[in-house]
Design a protein around this ligand. Sequence first.
Ligand code: GLU
Length: 312
Amino acid sequence: MTSLDTSLLAAAPQGAGRYAPSPSGDLHLGNLRTAVLAWVLARRTERAFRLRVEDLDRVREGAEARQLKDLEELGLDWDGAVVHQSERGDAYTAAIAQLQAAGAVYECYCTRREIQEAPRAPHAPPGAYPGTCRNLTEAERAAGRERMGQLQREPALRLRAEVTQWSVRDLWAGEVTGSVDDLVLRRGDGVVAYNLAVVVDDAAAGVDQVVRGDDLLSSAPRQAHLAHLLGLPEPTYAHVPLALNTAGARLAKRDGAVTLRDRLAAGESAADVVERIGDSLGAPGCRSAADLLESWDPAGMSRRPWVVDLPA
Ligand code: GLU
């Protein structure tokens, strides 16, 4: 049993939860489990439930349609039209303009390699941007732009962060304080960064409850900080443990029959798959999403990763 922030389970009929898959392939059991939990937590708290397809990169033909069908087969329903990030460019541009107007954006001319090799302050969090382009002179910027032109790239746009940390609330992890650095807002290839898109999209859809895999827990503080800077409400979070294979690596399609389609082909029903998910959540005997909505106890869920061990 784990202790949890039960205030995050209070009814919020004006709010919304969401599931936001990337259409890069079929959903595996770990993704399906996260989707089911996102739906259960939204419906439990009387929220709307929305779907957003994160198709800014890595799109595989047909994946979205299969993902939506899988969610339906598991008994999930959603409110309103499915949102596609590829159609939200104007909203991202407006958000960047808002941050620019506040002096919170600068151009970055660094290559990935330069960032990796740059010297860092002794206590800088791993992977944090070392600030190379933060305080350049106009002449240095002009030189940077020229170099970008030669590389046929745009400068990336970065946030001029004025804090180093931010705190969020998570149903299971409690109050989590994590680092905020000069994160990328728009990449050198012109594509808006995931961290910005997710914040703009969640707020536009009224999403105030973010349920997703706990590989993103460390990104939550910087996303919540971006929301704050944009004058948007900061959501609360519920980060769900990841699914692993029996070797302890993140579950992937190559691990065998791990998608709904695979399980059906192996002779299971959608109800069997829901039951498998329920077992992993400490809610045995649930044969439908509606059963889980009624009986699953978030305090009974293990916060350790789910090791998916399927019959051969
Ligand atoms: N699209 C991301 C994924 O599929 C999830 C992002 C999010 O939920 O904020 O892993």
